[in-house]
Design a protein around this ligand. Structure first.
Ligand code: NAD
Length: 450
């Protein structure tokens, strides 16, 4: 299987493609390794996770370069994402010794709860943030005592394969962390349906998430789903408009718009639309689009030619292009940062997850109108509110049907705080302490004292 570099269209590597039988063998290895891994003392499991974090930190340069080349993302972003992986493993290294239960007052004895591991967990991840999203699942899964089979996206297996090597180097026993590189329809579905897989942790599109949910329902398999988004970046007239406009390109053109948290709808209060658009244009013209390996690059190419064709369809049918940034020509799946304005709330660009560098500017009239438009979507992953009125900021934050909100900021993801979606953006939470609930089963034990 050829792995392509999106910035050059050259072959980056040849990787063996796994078959359904390979997936079965990986599950068998994970199943065989489970009893011993579960029995490793909490302290020793914590030490192994810290050593894994250190191995990633020592290898950070190579991992960042692999990720930047394979995804086409700027090297400075890739370096930040590898740094996050180190933080995630260190954070969950604190978990094995803190998986606490309760004692509950009952008559005639002592009642206790325990958090038990699930067994073999399948991790299925997308191509946009391969190593970061893998770590969000792998950290809590291993910390809680599960063994793992990871299926990276077929387009982006490079850092996953390197992680497997580093896990062994760190002393994580063979069979605890297994990788199968293969197609979703075959290898992915086999993992979802495998009787020895206790849980599937999936990140990807809502469409595939729906199918995984349906397949998993057959055996009542545990599932967490981190799916698509159509997040709103809401700018009120009383906000610091220049700051909001300067921050907006990064919030939607980061990772070339291939970001589930992309603020791909900018809702602007009607009275300041013109001012906002002027400031936005200045910010977009400064955006450096080009070679991912250049330290100064802020946006790279799209992942593939097919994906670029799909993104381009949003410029058909009379879409009003208000601002266009630059992009290299020649080899590479380039697409310039593009602003559509004005866009009606029912237009296709306002409703569908584009997953590319196109943003829709939608005017609104007042606070109620902004909330109504922002919530008028099947998605609910993240979003931002720009205002200098603290009461309004909190009112709107509570009214939005979305999992993560930033006020006067466009950040979404932190290692220590929960991340996940409302509505069709998913089920469950990753990162922070809550993720551990999704990799453990709650057990209740009663001991009679009579
Ligand atoms: P995708 O759904 O096509 O694929 C994701 C993974 O699922 C890949 O590994 C793929 O091989 C596998 N897969 C595909 N079909 C499958 C099937 N039938 N059974 C089992 N596995 C299958 O998504 P993508 O194109 O790789 O990524 C883009 C999508 O991911 C976007 O919709 C984006 O919003 C979403 N995403 C969500 C989050 C989040 O945290 N909510 C984060 C990143 C990306």
């Amino acid at each position: 299987m050829r792995v392509i570099e999106p910035a050059t269209e050259k072959v980056l590597a040849e990787v063996a493609e796994a078959s359904v039988e390979d997936a079965d063998r990986a599950v068998a290895r994970a199943k065989a390794a489970y009893p011993a891994w579960r029995a490793v003392s909490p302290g020793d499991r914590a030490k192994l996770l810290r050593r894994f974090a250190n191995a990633v930190a020592d290898d950070a340069g190579k991992l960042a370069e692999l990720e930047a080349r394979n995804v086409g993302k700027p090297i400075s972003d890739a370096r930040g994402e590898v740094g996050m992986v180190v933080d995630v493993f260190n954070y969950y290294a604190g978990a094995p010794e803190r998986l606490l239960g309760n004692t509950i007052p009952v008559a005639g004895g002592v009642d206790m709860t325990f958090r038990e591991p699930l067994g073999v967990v399948a991790l299925i991840v997308p191509w946009n943030f391969p190593i970061a999203i893998t770590s969000w699942k792998l950290g809590p899964a291993l910390a809680a005592g599960n063994t793992v089979v990871l299926k990276p996206a077929a387009l982006t297996p490079m850092t996953a394969l390197e992680l497997e090597r580093l896990a062994l180097l760190a002393g994580i026993p063979e069979g605890v962390f297994n990788i199968v590189v293969g197609a979703g329809r075959t290898v992915g579905e086999r993992l979802v349906q495998h009787p020895d897989v206790a849980k599937v942790a999936f990140t990807g599109s809502t469409e595939v998430g729906r199918r995984i949910g349906a397949l998993a329902a057959d055996s009542i398999k545990r599932v967490t789903l981190e799916l698509g988004g159509k997040s709103a970046n809401i700018v009120f007239a009383d906000a610091d408009i220049d700051r909001a406009a300067a921050s907006a390109p990064g919030a939607v053109f980061g990772n070339a718009g291939q970001d589930c948290c992309a603020r791909s709808r900018i809702l602007v209060e009607r009275s300041v639309v013109e001012r906002f658009m002027q400031a936005l244009e200045i910010a977009i013209k400064k955006l450096r689009v080009g070679d991912p390996m250049d330290e100064k690059t802020e946006m790279g190419p799209l992942i593939s030619a097919d994906h670029r064709s799909k993104v381009a369809t949003y410029l058909e049918d009379g879409a009003k292009v208000a601002i266009r940034g630059s992009a290299p020509s020649g080899a590479g799946f380039w697409f310039p940062p593009t602003v559509l304005s004005p866009v009606g709330p029912t237009d296709r660009a306002a409703r569908e997850e584009i997953f590319g560098p196109i943003v829709a500017v939608i005017p609104f009239s007042d606070e109620a109108d902004a909330i109504r438009i922002a919530n008028d979507t099947v998605y609910g992953l993240s979003g931002s509110i720009w205002t200098n009125n603290a009461g309004r900021a909190m009112r709107v934050a509570r009214a939005l049907e979305t999992g993560t909100i930033s006020i006067n900021s466009n950040t979404s993801v932190r290692v220590t705080t929960p991340f996940g979606g409302f509505k069709q953006s998913g089920i469950g939470r990753e990162l922070g302490p809550n993720a551990l609930d999704h990799y453990t089963e709650l057990k209740n034990v009663f001991l009679s004292t009579t």
